[in-house]
Design a binder for this molecule. Structure first.
Ligand code: FES
Ligand SMILES: [Fe+2]
Length: 458
């Protein structure tokens, strides 16, 4: 990054323990074409990336592809208990082995052999070349090694397949800590997708993610939610990652309570209203079972029931309904909830919004090398009775077809990207308490990129 990193010379660089201090972050990481190009080698080819859900490759031969800039990777279930990743390129003359159907986010299918469309070299699920037409013309020099598909590191956690193009990368589980340990009780691997949508935005991938990694924007962007009560949120640096959550209201050790907005007034009514609104306007962060149980509260509880009791009753009743249909929520201690928060930002580009019975995930990737564009994806999960999870696919969805609450978030993105390019913009000044996930991301990005570390403010 030569010239770029020179910009930082002599300036104070914030250390991890100082991420609670007010900082400013320059616009370079969001708008610089040089920075966007450098991300390929310094970031995307070095980090663990969430590349797909294991249930999408449930049977031997099932495969999906994952693309990040120039790199395309095939992820295949090569055995009952084995998932492998190969570079999606034919070693003969470099044709991409598996094409993405026009308009699709990625390829998905089932094959026992991958046959290149150019000259029919063939590969097994392990990536070994099993057929080269007219092989003897190579005079015996082709080897298993020279003809096999390139291997990509591939490990699983939380029900996802993760890939890393750096052969020397640390193991996934180490990389994911402390997120992996703090999220373990939520048993995310048991969740199945309810819907998943993607879109190409006119903003940098960091702008898209940072629209979702803080709660400070709720009053300004989603004023409707304020009718259900105001619960200030926190954000914490967690090494490479970060998490966010809510301050426990009224000394209650219930992080999820604020997420669910058991609010002011008649909690029976506000809970039901909030649940219906969330279901209809966001279609995330709740389930039909929770909504229906909330609607029953006014019949099941007397007026004046304290909000803590309303919450307990509501969750108990929803849990019982789900158990009767074979859906079992894991039990997570309130003290653990307080530590786990409500969402994790997994470095560099994945967010997991976890709960015991549902999950909302966001991912953003660069679109080509354009710093002003990104591929944005959202997926919503819940627990289903065995064998009853719906079949879903990634749907390309224009902004107006997303849930209205997400449209409110989207409305900020291109405007932020545009604003950051304004000659009068002097760098962001994130809220040190509620928006700390942002300095955390840039502190860690700077370690990979060699530039762009947050600077002390004031
Ligand atoms: S490029 Fe694949 S077989 Fe020739
Ligand atoms: Fe939002």
């Amino acid at each position: 990054m030569g010239e770029q990193s020179g910009m930082l010379r002599g300036e104070a660089i914030v250390a991890a323990e100082e991420l609670e201090a007010p900082v400013t972050i320059g616009a370079q990481a969001y708008i610089s074409p040089e920075y966007a190009r450098a991300e390929r080698d310094r970031l995307w080819r070095k980090t663990w990336l969430q590349a797909g859900r294991l249930e999408d490759i449930a049977e031997v031969g099932d495969y999906i592809t994952y693309d990040i800039l120039d790199d395309s990777i095939v992820i295949v279930r090569s055995g009952a208990d084995r998932v492998q990743a190969h570079y999606n390129v034919c070693p003969h003359r470099g044709r991409r082995l598996i094409d993405t159907p026009p308009g699709a986010r990625n390829a998905r299918g089932k094959k026992m052999r991958f046959v290149c469309g150019f000259h029919s070299w063939s590969f097994d699920l392990q990536g070994r070349c099993v057929h080269v037409p007219e092989r003897d013309h190579w005079q015996g020099v082709l080897t298993d090694d020279s003809t096999r598909l390139g291997a990509v590191r591939c490990e699983t956690w939380g029900g996802w397949v993760w890939i890393n193009m750096d052969p020397d990368a640390e193991p996934l589980r180490t990389y994911l800590e402390p997120a992996a340990t703090l999220l373990a009780p939520f048993q995310l691997e048991n969740m199945r997708c309810r819907w998943r949508k993607w879109i190409i935005f006119d903003c940098n991938w960091k702008v898209a993610l940072e629209a979702f990694d803080e709660t400070y924007h709720v009053p300004g962007t989603h004023p409707e939610f304020m009718a259900f009560g105001d619960f200030p949120g926190w954000a914490r640096n967690q090494g490479l990652h970060s998490n966010i959550g809510y301050d426990a209201p009224k000394a209650m050790d219930e992080n999820q309570q604020a997420k669910l907005r058991i609010g002011t007034g008649d909690a029976r009514i506000s809970t039901a209203e909030m649940q219906v609104f969330t279901w209809e306007a966001a279609n995330t962060n709740t389930t039909r079972t929770l909504v229906d149980a909330a609607l029953r509260l006014k019949d099941e509880l007397p007026e004046g029931t304290p909000s803590g009791e309303v919450l307990q009753h509501w969750l108990k009743s929803a849990r019982a309904v789900d158990e009767a249909r074979g859906v079992f929520w894991p039990v997570v201690e309130p003290s653990h909830n307080a530590k786990a928060g409500t969402a994790w930002q997994i470095f560099p580009n994945f967010q997991i919004g976890h709960a015991v019975n549902n999950m909302l995930c966001y991912q953003a990737r660069p679109y080509r090398y354009d710093p002003d564009k990104c591929i944005f994806e959202a997926s919503v999960y819940e627990l289903y009775p065995e064998g009853e999870a719906p079949e879903t696919e990634w749907e390309y969805t224009p902004p107006e077809a997303w849930p209205p609450v997400l449209q409110q978030d989207f409305a900020n993105m291109a405007a932020v990207q545009q604003g950051m390019k304004n000659g009068g913009f002097r760098g962001t000044q994130p809220n040190p308490y509620r928006e700390r996930a942002i300095p955390s991301l840039h502190y860690n990005l700077a370690k990979y990129m060699g530039t762009g570390a947050p600077q002390k403010l004031g």
